[in-house]
Design a protein around this ligand. Structure first.
Ligand SMILES: [Zn+2]
Length: 709
């Protein structure tokens, strides 16, 4: 039976039981591309719409479960995929606004609705009758004729339910529940102890002379912190969450530097009430035990099931490949800093608390780039239209038409129709560039409408950034960092625009955590491409092109001090992966604070970097990304490095094949940007580059190769 070609037969299911949708979100908007009609939505609409939309999806799921017909791909898998359409319409608009243009009403609804949405999702994923039908279809898959995308949808639906616990026995489910409860308690305890430890271990200085090198404002702020903490007349330097502390480069007194560094380094391993080490050991043990209940060797294998790297070994091998070049660079950098220290009259070898101070001196002397020299060349509108969109035209043949007829939630938001290479409409683009008090920090991309051939919908995509806004009447100039961010976010947008999928859940950027940042990083390469740069980087007053040496300086600076900068991240990523690739018995054997130290030290030593000069960005005892939240970034910190590897290798491919050409763009679109989450990521990369990804270009980009003689 060829079930895949059937359309979801919602007509035969118990339609009468499905509540009638009402209000704005009941159907797709009437605007072009079904763009959100902000003129018709009020804050009061969301709460009832969410409630109604969840009730509708529950009824839709019940109809699937109660369908008297035998389970098929269409009546089960596709029916699940197409359930909850109203919910996704409400949620996409709601969460777009809570991110970019929130207010107290939206915040209150968010706090109320978020736990409800997560419970709603869990109830579907863990519905045993629903899973029985999914399992029945899955078991027949070998005999079914399916498109690769259908097969992927089936696999993802099945895997995600198994991952949530659908195949566990009732006793195992109880065990998982108990583990989750305990994990939630101790990860919360970890956060609380760490907050307190970070506060308590702030550096207290009695003698102002120890603070030599800090600015008056920094010293005043340290005095104020002291007053607020009841030690009036002294100075308190609060700790930041990383190993290195931001004030270290300015501090002239070496003893003070060492004290501040050590206060941070040992903040949570002092054997007091805020020591986090026994908690870490227990988190690692419980996570390994939970993985074992799923029949998996370790936590990393459990959480990485849908990632590109798939298992801890792949991630660890990848990190290991960077070590020889990285360790050599660390030694080279240390020697350079030792020379600098001697020149400065110092009679000692560089230590971690000296590193940033002397690196900063070298950076200033060799690579200092005065931002005020570059900013006049980067006007936000020109960067967008003559840079970002121009690059998309050169590479992919896209054209853009600004439009003024669509409602927006804020006057700073602009919209463009995106036309494909054949002139047909491809989608709609919203651009919201400027910082606002009601916008959260950072930059991001998402969809108002997902591309889907099943629904016949084209992508409606937005980019949100936080560029400081110049006063009215002044040119809207941006830093080169923000220029790169604009290219980055539009890289995500391209991934969304080129989506060519039947199912929205596999469409566009719906890809693995260690893949999704890859296309966006690749798009950053065009920011400094000579052809693109010449087209957008023109002085706002004179129209002169940006001098080449300014761009060369930016490039040279990006290669400086990378033995440290990359090394500390690799070490943190290694610690994350080592803790999460322990088996349950291995984790259980690490049962004292001392053994936590031994495990951390041994793991780092085995890696082979200069760990005493370049300690990890986070030690285990204050690695809140991986220990303070039940899921968070555990076994995921390597993702930043992994996508950078894919990115740099892809840039190398573009360069080797002629750079900025339509042929290259079309090839990248065909092999990667149009594929969504429909196929194996290694295969996707293979199809693009003709080989497997290679770490070498990343090392070269960071200057981790022998300097040219
Ligand atoms: Zn991104």
């Amino acid at each position: 039976m060829n079930t895949a070609s059937e359309l979801p037969d919602t007509q035969t299911t118990a339609d009468a039981a499905i509540p009638q949708a009402t209000g704005y979100f009941a159907s797709r908007s009437d605007l072009p591309f079904h763009a959100p009609d902000f003129t018709r939505i009020s804050d009061d609409d969301y709460a009832p719409a969410f409630a109604q939309a969840m009730a509708i999806q529950n009824a839709e799921i019940a109809a699937i479960v109660n369908n008297p017909a035998a389970p098929t791909f269409a009546n089960t898998i596709v029916a699940m995929e197409t359930s909850g359409q109203m919910l996704s319409r409400v949620a996409t608009v709601f969460f777009a606004l809570t991110g970019a243009n929130t207010n107290d009403t939206l915040k209150a609804i968010d706090a109320d609705i978020s736990p409800k949405l997560s419970a709603h999702g869990d109830a579907i994923t863990l519905n045993p009758e629903l899973f029985a039908r999914v399992q029945a279809v899955y078991d027949k898959r070998a005999a079914m004729s399916m498109t690769p995308e259908d097969a992927k949808l089936l696999e993802e639906t099945y895997d995600s339910m198994v991952h949530a616990g659908a195949k566990l026995t009732p006793a195992q489910k109880e065990q998982v529940k108990a583990i989750n409860t305990r994990l939630s308690t101790i990860t919360t305890e970890f956060s609380q102890r760490l907050v307190q430890a970070t506060k308590d271990n702030a550096l207290v200085v009695e003698d102002k002379a120890m603070l030599a090198g800090l600015s008056d404002a920094e010293i005043e702020s340290a005095a104020k912190t002291a007053t607020s903490r009841g030690v009036d007349g002294k100075y308190v330097i609060a700790l930041q969450n990383t190993t290195q502390q931001p004030l270290l480069p300015s501090m002239e007194n070496r003893d003070a530097r060492e004290k501040l560094f050590m206060a941070g380094f040992h903040r949570a391993d002092k054997g007091d009430a805020n020591d986090t080490r026994t908690l870490i050991a227990e988190v690692a043990k419980l996570r390994a035990q939970k993985a074992a209940l799923f029949g998996l060797p370790d936590w990393a294998s459990y959480v990485m099931y849908d990632r590109m790297a798939k298992n801890p070994k792949t991630a660890l091998d990848f990190m290991q490949q960077m070590v020889p070049a990285l360790a050599a660079t660390q030694r080279r950098e240390a020697a350079m800093l030792n020379t600098e220290i001697k020149a400065d009259g110092g009679n000692y070898e560089v230590q971690p608390w000296d590193w940033d101070r002397y690196a900063e001196k070298v950076r200033k002397a060799k690579y200092d780039l005065d931002e005020s020299a570059t900013r006049p060349y980067f006007q936000v509108d020109r960067v967008l239209e003559d840079g970002v969109l121009f690059a998309a035209n050169k590479l992919y043949g896209l054209t853009f038409k600004k439009r003024t007829d669509l409602p927006v939630y804020h006057p700073d938001v602009t919209t463009y129709t995106v036309f494909d290479r054949d002139g047909s409409e491809l989608g709609l683009f919203y651009f919201d560039p400027f910082q606002r008090d009601n916008k959260r920090g950072g930059a991001w991309m998402s969809n108002y409408v997902d591309q889907s051939h099943l629904y016949g919908t084209k992508p409606v995509i937005y980019n949100v950034l936080n560029i400081p806004k110049a006063p009215d009447g002044e040119p809207k100039l941006v830093s080169f960092d923000n220029v790169e961010t604009m290219f980055h976010e539009f890289g995500h947008a391209l991934h969304g625009f080129f989506a060519n999928q039947k199912y929205s859940s596999l469409s566009g950027t719906a890809t693995a955590r260690d893949f999704v940042e890859y296309p966006s990083q690749v798009n950053e390469m065009w920011a400094a491409d000579p052809v693109i740069l010449a087209n957008y980087a023109k002085h706002y007053k004179t129209g002169a092109q940006i001098p080449a040496e300014l761009i060369q300086k930016i490039d040279a600076a990006s290669k400086f001090n990378q033995g440290y900068a990359l090394g500390e991240v690799v070490e943190a990523a290694l610690l994350d992966m080592k803790w999460h690739s322990l088996s349950a018995p291995q984790a259980a054997a690490i049962d004292t604070p001392e053994k936590v130290n031994v495990f951390e030290r041994k793991s780092l030593q085995e890696l082979g970097l200069e760990i005493d000069l370049v300690p990890p960005r986070y030690r285990s005892s204050y690695f809140s990304h991986i220990f303070s939240d039940p899921t968070g970034y555990s076994a995921g910190y390597y993702s930043y490095l992994w996508t950078e590897m894919l990115d740099r290798d892809s840039r190398a491919w573009f360069r080797a094949n002629g750079g900025l050409t339509r042929a290259n763009g079309d090839h990248y679109r065909d092999t990667v940007l149009s594929r969504g989450g429909t196929m194996d990521y290694f295969q996707m990369f293979q199809n693009f580059a003709g080989r497997q990804p290679n770490v070498q270009p990343m090392l070269e980009a960071r200057g981790l190769t022998e300097p040219k003689k």
